[in-house]
Design a protein around this ligand. Structure first.
Ligand code: NDP
Ligand code: BG6
Length: 496
């Protein structure tokens, strides 16, 4: 891995402090960063190098002893440069700073630019970099990491892409979808394509239907201003859930590399059945949380959260029934849901297998399930039917449950650690390519149009599983969402 400078735009912000610096420090503590490197934080706030390091250091206190011990040496690589994107002169100063640090840290011309600013600046920063000649790769690589959201809708995503492509080539651009950095999401490929046990059944012949749930207990916290403009469809469905779905549903790539892998994810995305307004009336449920008391804690309604319009019609929950029109998945419904202020935090994929053809055990045919727990308690659960010990042929459901935490070896990298490491290595496999982002927006655009024009919005009490309509979305097909956390009873599940 070559030495490199990393410039983080948006350095005084929440993401830098809470995720990026911690991830870089953990990589450093595990000796995974290049031999030498320099980190330059860039934003408008005024800091000295020391006060910037001090500002970041608070985030390290809850880390392991190894990481805390690494902080002193690691933070010596961090400096700060005031940059206001409305002042192009600041980019020339930044260029000089990079050149100085490149010499002292032996980084040649290698630079990674990380855009962690408000998305409205994702277009202008690459233009400034180009104007100052900071995109030129003649002396070393120049990589541009772009945080989500990439665009606000289909038109703006296309415009942003065109704008960035005027300054950086596609091979220089790394669009972050941190779900692709999750170990359990990457394991979908190994689980599917390295196991004869599962590979042959991964299709419409054996799978009855699929659920993908991404639920969170937290509300919008301090991000009300951003979220009220985005909503669950833009914040989670358009990117994270569709990326997970495509990893789960794609065809095997002929090689695991950036180009083959991303070709296959795009191909499956292109098969998502387009959503007409009529489909959406039937198959989309939007919800917004209302005030409630959960485990003794009073939780405010979404409309009372700081930064949220008191009349807001922004959805904090979305459930969608959709299809993939290709050979493998023809006719199989996929049910996706995500929301804030649901009873717990859990992301999982559930594959329900078809019932056996002749249920001769007192009419019982077990519903085999494969549950892939993306987070937390990462693992895989397989449910199957067992003869209840004793006389006769009574049956009971049991599970085989694998937990990552039981692995004796192997340090599982957090998503941002993995993605930052890959950016240093120049491996774009786990970053969203331009055509994937555009295809997902194409699929989601009718939802945005529907939301604006006529979409009903249902209330749900904070701490419940979303609006009743989301339960009915499956009920009318004779199905039920799986409750991801076992400590909740089915009564709690239905209590809305
Ligand atoms: P914050 O609002 O906390 O930070 C924004 C940063 O941008 C600040 O450092 C701010 O610093 C800087 N900034 C704003 N305007 C300018 C300007 N004109 N010139 C230079 N710098 C500027 O946002 P977050 O850290 O929460 O998010 C950053 C990005 O990451 C967003 O696009 C968000 O969608 C994305 N993201 C965030 C996640 C999170 O958990 N926070 C999760 C996933 C994605 P200053 O005011 O000092 O200039
Ligand atoms: C972010 C969304 O992209 O993903 C947040 O903006 C959400 O609203 C977060 O909370 C969820 O990520 P994770 O890794 O905690 O599931």
């Amino acid at each position: 891995m070559e030495n490199s400078i990393i410039v983080i735009f948006g350095a005084s912000g929440d993401l830098t402090r809470r995720k990026l610096i911690l991830s870089l420090c953990r990589l450093f503590a595990s000796n995974l960063l290049p031999e030498d490197f320099a980190i330059i934080g860039a934003s408008r706030s005024i800091y000295t190098n020391e006060s910037f390091r001090e500002h970041l250091s608070g985030a390290i206190t809850e880390e392991s002893e190894t990481v805390r011990n690494a902080w002193k040496a690691f933070s010596g690589h961090i400096s700060y440069q005031t940059v206001d994107t409305s002042d192009s002169g600041n980019f020339s100063e930044l260029k000089e700073r990079i050149a100085t640090l490149a010499k002292s840290h032996n980084c040649g011309g290698n630079v990674i630019y990380y855009l962690a600013t408000p998305p409205s600046l994702y277009g202008i920063i690459p233009e400034h970099l180009k104007a100052a000649g900071m995109n030129d790769e003649s002396d070393g690589f120049k990589r541009l990491l772009v945080e989500k959201p990439f665009g606000y809708d289909l038109a703006s995503a296309r415009q942003l892409d065109t704008r960035i492509h005027r300054s950086f080539d596609e091979k220089q651009i790394y669009r972050i979808d941190h779900y692709l950095g999750k170990e359990t999401v990457q394991n979908l490929l190994v689980f599917r394509f390295a196991n004869t046990l599962f590979e042959p059944i991964w299709n419409r012949r054996y799978i009855d239907h699929v659920e993908i749930t991404g639920c969170e207990f937290i509300g919008v916290e301090k991000r009300g201003g951003y979220y009220d403009d985005a909503g669950a469809v833009r914040d989670m469905l358009q990117n994270h859930l569709l990326q997970v779905l495509s990893m789960m549903a794609m065809e095997p790539p002929s090689k695991i590399n950036a180009s083959f892998m991303r070709d296959e994810t795009v191909k499956v995305m292109q098969c998502f059945r387009p959503l007409s307004a009529e489909d959406l009336r039937e198959n989309l449920v939007l919800g917004q949380y209302t005030e409630s008391t959960v485990r003794g804690e009073k939780l405010p309604a979404y409309r009372d959260e700081p930064g949220v319009d008191p009349q807001s019609r922004t959805e904090t929950f979305v459930a969608l029934r959709m299809f993939i029109d290709n050979w493998r998945w023809s006719g199989i419904p996929f049910y996706l849901r995500t929301g804030k202020r649901l009873p717990t935090r859990a992301t999982e994929i559930v594959l329900y297998l078809k019932k056996t053809p002749h249920p001769f055990f007192a009419g019982y045919a077990s519903e085999n399930k494969i549950v892939i727990r993306i987070q937390p308690d990462e693992g895989i659960l397989i449910n199957f039917g067992l003869k209840t010990p004793g006389a006769g042929f009574e049956t009971t459901e049991v599970g085989m449950d694998f937990h990552y935490k039981n692995l004796s070896s192997g340090n599982v990298l957090d998503a941002y650690e993995r993605l930052l490491l890959d950016a240093f290595k120049g491996d774009a496999t786990l970053f969203a390519r331009s055509d994937a982002v555009e295809t997902c927006w194409e699929f989601i655009q009718p939802v945005l149009d529907y939301k604006r024009a006529e979409g009903s919005l249902y209330g749900y009490a904070a701490g419940t599983w979303g609006p009743l309509e989301a339960i009915n979305l499956l009920k009318r097909d004779g199905r039920e969402w799986r409750t991801p956390c076992r400590n909740l009873t089915s009564e709690q599940y239905c209590e809305l």
